[in-house]
Design a protein around this ligand. Structure first.
Ligand SMILES: [Zn+2]
Length: 195
């Protein structure tokens, strides 16, 4: 996945690249952390596959719905297909939760041996595997509606929308905006990131 991220850096920072590298470091996918348990992909896989078959039958084939979504030509079609896709997710999740294997790993899973978890040293906060700096400008020079997929605030916290919904994006953007307003002289470092 390619995405844009924005870091806010103090206006007096001697070395912007180094400052950004420090802010980015805790979120590197290459960072190794102490061994910890991670849930295996097999947990719920069977229940979700079962739910997908139910939803395909009840709401319509998901691939066809997505093709229709891509080919949509009118606002009415957009609403209709958007509702159908939401309905598909609801039916799939409901059927998956009612399936007897919900919450359980696959007993013959080669990844976890049927335990449902594996030990990993991967960074659970990893967000990027490479990035480059696209531009550095005082953030007040950015257009009012400028928004990136992720933001690194001066407090070092990584922020991004929690869900892929309009409401989640709007909440995230308004948080970004208020952080920028609180640091009126900071530089905006816009990065192209890959994950
Ligand atoms: Zn497994």
């Amino acid at each position: 996945m390619l995405f844009l991220a924005l870091a806010l850096v103090e206006p007096g920072a001697a070395n912007v690249e180094e400052h950004v590298a420090q802010l980015m470091a805790p979120y590197s996918m290459h960072l190794m952390v102490p061994e910890h348990r991670r849930e295996c992909y097999c947990v719920n896989a069977e229940a979700l596959a079962f739910g997908a078959v139910e939803a395909d039958q009840e709401v319509g084939d998901r691939d066809e719905l997505w093709n229709a979504h891509r080919a949509r030509r009118s606002a009415r079609e957009t609403v209709w297909i958007g509702d159908a896709l939401k309905q598909w997710d609801r039916v799939r999740d409901e059927a998956a939760r009612a399936h007897p294997s919900w919450g359980r790993p696959r007993p013959q899973c080669g990844g976890c041996g049927g335990t449902g978890y594996y030990l990993s040293t991967d960074n659970p906060h990893g967000k990027w595997d490479s990035y480059y700096i696209k531009s550095v400008v005082p953030h007040v020079e950015l257009p009012d509606d400028f928004g990136t997929y992720a933001m690194l605030a001066p407090d070092g916290q990584w922020r991004q929308p929690h869900r892929r919904t309009r409401a989640a994006y709007e909440a995230y953007w308004s948080e970004c905006r208020s952080i920028m307003n609180a640091h009126p002289f900071h530089l905006a470092v816009v990065m192209g990131c890959h994950a």
